[in-house]
Design a protein around this ligand. Structure first.
Ligand code: GUN
Length: 289
């Protein structure tokens, strides 16, 4: 193995320490940052994610409201709960864990979260602001990926970045997320599993972000020597273990830097949520942190 490991746990701890310092600074000013997390139903993965988010809040000195609603919740009931939280001045961030049960329209739910409380960065206003390089809540996973890339000391400007995956949560925003910051990539290509010449495109990437949702999809021959490889995938294998989208053994023999699964992007995503929440509390109260 030649690649250096990007330690997501350590980086997340440092990022959460920043959020904790911001939360403490807000408390001195009489502001207690608060995140409401809504979980509808009992999706096992979602339960784990929500538990993690609530735990992180506790560690950062951020108040959390964990709101569990039954699988049979109607769209009207969920929208009514969001409206209640939107009107509550003590709640700074609202997160509805996805996916939602099939009777609920995900888009209607995201649209109902006021952009100033949309700490996921999923609302059309925040997406539009990101696309046009305006201040906004960046979606937590791509924002965490950028921090991980920056942690390597890699100069992002002028680099060729390739993202595999076109989800609204990771793939689509990852492009503008790279482009929106001060350290601009020259080229960001967003591909998916059916992209023609995918291997060649990936093998030219200085920065390769895999968010395709298939265990071991990125093989060693898809990695440029010395590249930074960020693995967003979390796939539960038949062996019961978590596997990334990248074949770690093969890719780490070629890459310069690589993230592990678990212990890579996952913890960073949650840490960025803490940063967005303290930011939301500061903005809503008109103070700087
Ligand atoms: N489900 C999987 N990832 C996410 C996320 O980042 N935010 C929300 N709300 N749901 C998710």
């Amino acid at each position: 193995m030649s690649a250096q490991i990007i330690d997501g746990k350590a980086l997340a701890a440092a990022t959460k320490a920043e959020a904790a310092a911001e939360a403490a600074a807000l408390k001195v000013q009489g502001i207690e940052p608060c995140l409401a997390v809504i979980l509808v139903g009992k999706n096992p993965a979602s339960q784990v994610y929500v538990r993690g988010k609530v735990k992180d809040c506790g560690e950062c000195g951020i108040k959390s409201l964990e709101l569990r609603m039954p699988e049979t919740t109607t769209q009207e009931e969920l929208l009514a709960k969001i409206a209640e939280l939107a009107a509550d001045k003590t709640v700074n961030g609202i997160l509805v864990q996805l996916p939602l049960p099939k009777q609920i329209d995900e888009r209607a739910v995201i649209d109902a979260i006021p952009p100033e409380k949309d700490v996921d960065g999923f609302s059309p206003v925040n997406v539009g602001r990101m696309q046009t390089g305006q201040p906004c809540f960046l979606p937590c996973t791509p924002a965490g990926c950028i921090r991980m890339i920056e942690s390597t000391g890699t100069k992002i400007d002028g680099k060729n970045a390739v993202v595999i995956g076109r989800s609204n949560i990771v793939g689509k925003p990852a492009g503008p997320c790279c482009l929106a910051g001060p350290k601009k990539c020259q080229t960001v290509t967003v591909c998916h599993s059916h992209t023609a010449n995918l291997k060649e495109i990936c093998a030219n990437a200085d920065i390769l972000v895999a968010a395709v949702g298939r265990a071991g999809f990125v093989t060693g021959d898809m990695v440029k020597p010395g590249a930074v490889v960020i693995d967003v995938g979390i796939n539960r294998g038949a062996d019961g273990k978590l596997h990334g989208d990248v074949n770690f053994e093969e890719a780490s023999a070629v890459a310069g830097y690589i993230t592990p699964v678990p212990g890579g992007v996952g913890p960073m995503t949650r840490a960025m949520l803490m940063k967005n929440t303290t930011q939301a509390a500061a903005m809503q109260n008109g103070v700087a942190i």
